[in-house]
Design a protein around this ligand. Structure first.
Ligand code: NAD
Length: 498
């Protein structure tokens, strides 16, 4: 049994609150570590350390800061396998998928090499007689990130990379379910040359989060997690005068038109619906085939593929996906499956009660498929966050588009078709932040931005890309006029007419 810590002022620090949480291996169902949950005083100490350390970091020129971050990228790549195994054993996603989690995070830190360019201000010459205007982007100071269990490397990296590149100190409050990778990232940041106190990890729950939100020295909060918490953190941050970007849950639809390549669509749905046990905010959880013929053919193809899927221990190379993260998650997902049956959906594949050899206590839920789901059902309206795919049959394209647009969530969506005109119309009219055309999980690359609409995102600037540099800096605009006459006084004789 490991005892985990906080990472404050460049050191692992034992918890002093007396409160702890169990960290599980979801494949075995066994507790593998104890995590301290920070008290308000522990959080306040980290903020005090950060506020002091940030001054020197902000005074380091941006190019030097990015050199440190690029060294960090190298270190993460060197330690990729070790990090991925640690991640896989706490989260439950497979080893290759854990590598993807780290890779998509590190790409954002790599993008931060552009910080000297992205931090440049603007300049206008002679806006009035002898008057110039220029703007500069300055760091905010100490900022915090509160992150979910499902991407324990990627999301902390999406937030900390740009925040540090801009000259802020960053305090991470990771998920209490899988904190080991964030703690290891803190060590690697330090090894790369990030000064002590500039990147810190405080582990905890609501008490730690409230301490961060209440403290006036925290200038910005980046949150990712479920919608009710995202909204409450957004409101709390607004009350205490912080800028906030808070990303929430999702119910991503994939529309399949009759002219789509149905094998391609079915393969995409299997990966996007069941990969990582459906515990991705960009998972597809609703398939909307257009027309009965398309629906029948698609469902048949999905069932063939589901029969081939292997659920297994997260480090098993044959596993397509692993366990869900916690016993409570398994219970919640199974509750939704039961609700779907009660509400009248057709349960074609039931993932309840599956077993995995040698791991009787793992948190297993197998691939589940519902057909003839309707918009009133709870399995359609709410985020299940498990390996459960719902098929909602639409009669035509407009009905499919309306379904997506009227859903409470608007994170990502996709359309599968061979018709460029339909795809173009869809991407223009659909109410969601990220759109895939024959691409099931349209997570934008590092130099674009990531963010959902409607109940999937609160705040106006997205994660990563250029938006992150706007979020983590404040703009100062300087209007300057210099008194004339000095030149005459100090002037040497200039040759005339040259
Ligand atoms: P969660 O909301 O339970 O927890 C997220 C973070 O908030 C954790 O650090 C947790 O400790 C903290 N937290 C939990 N309850 C809190 C409270 N009452 N007060 C203050 N802080 C609290 O989410 P999760 O289960 O870790 O992650 C899954 C959710 O995250 C899903 O809803 C998923 O869709 C969403 N998600 C969204 C995105 C996105 O970009 N939109 C990305 C990944 C995950």
């Amino acid at each position: 049994m490991r005892t985990l810590s906080h990472f404050i002022d460049g050191q692992h620090v034992e918890g002093t609150s007396g409160r702890t949480a169990d960290v599980y291996n979801p494949s075995t169902g066994q507790v593998q570590a104890q995590l301290p949950l920070a008290s308000r005083e522990e959080v306040e100490r980290a903020i005090t350390v950060a506020a002091e350390a940030q001054k020197q970091w902000a005074a380091t020129n941006p190019q030097r800061r990015t050199r440190v971050l690029l060294k960090f990228v190298d270190l993460v790549n060197e330690h990729m396998d070790e990090l991925a195994e640690l991640l896989s054993r706490e989260h439950g996603k497979t080893f290759p998928d854990a590598k993807g989690d780290i890779q998509r995070g590190v790409e954002v830190v790599e993008f931060c090499a552009a910080a000297p360019h992205l931090l440049k201000g603007e300049f206008s010459d002679s806006v009035g007689t002898g008057i110039d205007v220029h703007s500069l982007r300055q760091p905010l100071g100490v900022v915090a990130g509160i992150t979910p269990f499902n991407f324990p490397a990627m999301i902390p990296l999406w937030k900390s990379g740009p925040a540090l590149a801009c000259g802020n100190a960053f305090i991470l409050k990771p998920s209490e379910r899988d904190p080991s990778v964030p703690l290891r990232l803190a060590e690697l940041y330090q090894e790369a040359g990030v000064p002590d106190g500039v990147f810190q990890v405080v582990n905890g729950d609501k008490e730690a989060v409230d301490a961060l939100l209440d403290d006036p020295r925290i200038k910005a909060v980046g949150f990712v997690g479920s919608t009710p918490i995202a909204q409450s953190i957004y409101e709390h941050a607004a009350r205490t005068g912080k800028r906030a970007q808070c990303f929430g849950g999702a119910k991503n639809h994939m529309v399949i038109l009759p002219d789509a390549d149905l094998d391609m669509a079915a393969d995409a749905l299997i990966g996007a619906g069941y990969g990582s046990a459906g515990e991705r905010c960009m998972a597809i959880s609703v398939a909307v085939p257009v027309g009965e013929e398309t629906a029948d053919a698609l469902v048949a193809k999905l069932r063939e593929r589901i029969a081939q899927l292997t659920v297994g221990e997260s480090m098993d190379p044959n596993a397509d996906f692993g366990p869900v993260v916690a016993a409570s998650a398994k219970e919640r997902i199974e509750g939704y499956i039961e609700a779907g049956v009660q509400e009248g959906a057709e349960l074609l594949e039931d993932g309840r009660g599956i077993t995995v050899d040698g791991h009787p206590d793992g948190f297993w839920v197998g691939p589940t498929l519902f057909d003839r789901v309707t918009r009133e059902m709870s399995i359609y309206r709410e985020e299940i966050f498990g390996p459960v795919l719902c098929v909602v049959r639409a009669q035509d394209y407009e009905e499919a588009l309306t379904l997506v647009n009227e859903h409470e969530f608007g994170n990502g969506t996709a359309i599968f078709t061979r018709d460029g005109d339909a795809a173009r119309d869809f991407s223009s009219r659909v109410e969601a932040g990220m759109v895939g055309i024959n691409v099931p999980i349209p997570v934008p690359i590092a130099y674009y931005t990531f963010g959902g609409w409607k109940a999937s995102g609160f705040g106006d600037l997205n994660q990563h890309g250029a938006d992150a540099f706007r979020f983590y800096t404040k703009t100062k605009t300087v209007t300057s006029r210099w008194p004339s006459g000095i030149r005459e006084g100090a002037e040497f004789i200039m040759p005339e007419g040259s």
